[in-house]
Design a protein around this ligand. Structure first.
Ligand SMILES: Nc1nc2c(ncn2[C@@H]2O[C@H](COP(=O)(O)OP(=O)(O)OP(=O)(O)O)[C@@H](O)[C@H]2O)c(=O)[nH]1
Length: 336
């Protein structure tokens, strides 16, 4: 039968609807039913050829029905590179493969049908879209699959709104970096991971030198612009798994998972040089805006905590300031 799902209410086999076998036998009736649906739908036959590509599907994909009907080229409407659609996976009894093929999608796999939410390339529509797709078999009177129907829902606007909300909750409004809350969550998650894997976790605390004087000379807006430039400079030195956050005011924090103190010191020195090279004019003796950086590393264990790592990096930062600024400092026991 055509499955009842959240997206195919109009196609479900409800009271008064023709019996499933009649639907399969009466192709013309099925075609009319699908064509009239406002939900994008396409149907594959047992040879994976498109039998039905309704008007709503044409509108969503930008691909006219006459171009795909009778072919197996429907994947081109969704992906840049050849890939089975959900309907193909159901037809080939390969539902489990969806997790490998679309690893970042939210998927729901039942013995016969498949349901995912994911970004799709949509080459002909001209822009990526976030779709909810359901694929289910239609069984013939002999109990064998006679066709597979895939319904689609465009959730792009909802997804964008969700992403924007998440951004608001985790990003700093001025610099676009992770905010303090995101830093705290990430540090605790990385600490747990370091504990499990017995890997080192490093932290840098980066503070702009003499920033009060910079603000006094350039105004608060000038100070804001300076913080944005520094944020970009620090971010440009990061690897994919590192996190740079605005810790507060003119202070930034950098989490370096799986990084030894020696490696952290190298990253810190790169950041220090990078900021110096921005050559933002300052009244400080250096004549340019600089940063001081405190570094710390821990192997997570039951006797220490993530807060201690922050405190150790903070103490190192304090020493860097005390020693004259525009420098990096390591924990005392390591520096000796
Ligand atoms: N423009 C701007 N200024 C900020 C922001 N957040 C904090 N500040 C300013 O940063 C300055 C920090 O000053 P202090 O804590 O005295 O430190 P400092 O002058 O940088 O001196 P050292 O850290 O000891 O080198 C203060 O004047 C804050 O008002 C911000 O978002 N924008």
């Amino acid at each position: 039968m055509i499955p009842s799902s959240s997206t195919s209410a109009g196609a479900s086999h409800g009271a008064g609807a023709p019996a499933p076998t009649a639907l399969v036998k009466d192709g013309a009736f099925v075609g009319q039913l699908m064509a009239s649906l406002s939900i994008p739908v396409f149907v594959l036959d047992t040879q994976a050829r498109v039998m039905i590509w309704n008007h709503a599907c044409e509108q969503l994909t930008g691909v006219p029905a006459q171009e795909v009907i009778g072919t197996s080229e429907h994947w081109r409407s969704f992906y840049e590179h050849r890939r089975p659609t959900l309907a193909d996976l159901v037809l080939q009894n390969r539902s489990e493969d969806v997790r490998r093929i679309l690893p970042r999608s939210a998927s729901d796999i039942s013995p016969t049908s498949l349901c995912i939410e994911s970004w799709f390339d949509m080459p002909r529509a001209g822009r990526r879209r976030y779709l909810a797709a359901d694929a289910s078999p239609i069984f013939g009177a002999d109990g064998e699959i006679a066709a597979v129907v895939e319904t689609l829902r465009d959730l792009t606007d909802e997804k964008m709104a969700q992403v924007a909300l998440e951004q608001l909750a985790t990003r700093d409004g001025l610099t676009g970096l992770a905010n303090r809350r995101c830093f705290d969550d990430t540090l605790h998650a990385e600490w747990s991971r370091a504990l499990r894997q017995q890997q080192p976790l490093s932290l840098l605390m980066v503070d702009v030198d003499n920033f009060k004087a910079y603000n006094d000379a350039n105004g608060h807006l000038g100070g804001d612009e300076c913080l944005k430039r520094i944020a970009r400079a620090v971010s440009s030195e990061m690897r994919a798994n590192d996190l740079v956050a605005r810790y507060g005011g003119e202070e930034f924090a950098v989490i370096l998972p799986n990084q030894s103190l020696k490696g952290a010191a190298i990253v810190a020195e790169r950041i220090r040089c990078r900021v110096e090279q921005l050559q933002l004019p300052s009244t400080a003796p250096t004549r340019h805006v600089t940063v001081s950086i405190g570094a710390a590393t821990a192997i997570a264990g039951p006797e220490n905590t993530a807060s201690q790592l922050v405190a150790t990096a903070d103490a190192a930062l304090y020493r860097a300031k005390h020693m004259g600024r525009n420098r990096i400092s390591l924990p005392l026991s390591e520096a000796a």
